[in-house]
Design a protein around this ligand. Sequence first.
Ligand SMILES: O=C(O)CCC(=O)C(=O)O
Ligand SMILES: [Fe+2]
Length: 344
Amino acid sequence: MSTTTAVVETAQVNPNLHGFGRMRVDGTDRPFGDFRDDLTRDGFAIVKGAIPKEKAMKYADEMFSWLEGFELGFDRKDLATAHKDKLPLINEKGMCLNYALPHENFVWGVRSEPGVVSAFEKIYDDEDLIVSFDAINFQFPNRTDIAPNKPWPHQDQDPEKHGFRCMQGLVNLLPNGPEDGGLIVCRGGHLLSEQFHKEMADEERIPAWTPEWYGFTERGMKWLDDHGCKWEKLCAEPGDLLLWDSRTPHYNLSPKNSQPRFAIYTCFMPVADATQEDLLRKKDAFDRRVGTTHWPNAKHTGSNVAQRDGEDDPHNRLKPLVDPVLSERAFKLTGIPYIKAQNA
Ligand SMILES: O=C(O)CCC(=O)C(=O)O
Ligand SMILES: [Fe+2]
């Protein structure tokens, strides 16, 4: 798959791209000389040490403490305690969405780390960005209460909307080797996305709760395979930022050995791509300390009411344990300063 293919596709599809796409539209078809070349060619990239390793380990420590802080019996020193009765609600894919977790101070700390923000500033060639209030990922090996999750290959982008639209990211916070679960990506699949959806338009749809999601069926997986796409497990150290184009097919897997997998999703987009209505909805989500999906424009907002077996979890909370103290830079990422006075 050549870079030229990427140039043609992005240029034809969306002439209003920022940064990483716009360079191509302007005809300056030269390599960036950094991770943006990997993104263009492969649809994913790793920014090593976006957060210094020591600091990333401290964030991981805070994540363990947050889990232990529910006082349900989870203990980082005994991973046999990674059981649903001893943990807050975490789904089989490792996502924890409630309890105001997307707004805990340490989560905002990760999102606003300079090495994370600057990667996205480079991608979009824009400093006026907003960030998602996304879930946090805690995956444990050898769980006896839930089965390891099966591959759930998908794209986080509406199959009817082609071209590059959003860059997803996650900060990896624990050592993550080949057997330690985590992100699996389909190399180059972003460039075939439009062709895929044209040729596979009549394929049955796996139910999706948002239009910005597409699940690959067995036939879809065969199509990717027939077109030479290979799946790859990304390995990373604490503090590495994993980036992938929303069109890149991907999924995560549970760890297999003894090492948990912790990640904080950090997805950014230019505020120029959000409407005033989006920003007002995003402000409301911030004020209520609820989450969003990966999409920073907050098309869907979450809730802090986790339910177990149809009952509200008695451990629900509406505010973070440590409410975020935002720097000026971080506050801009909420989108709130971009709300025009007449709308506020
Ligand atoms: O945890 C991961 O590595 C990926 C998660 C993901 O693809 C998603 O939440 O849509
Ligand atoms: Fe995804």
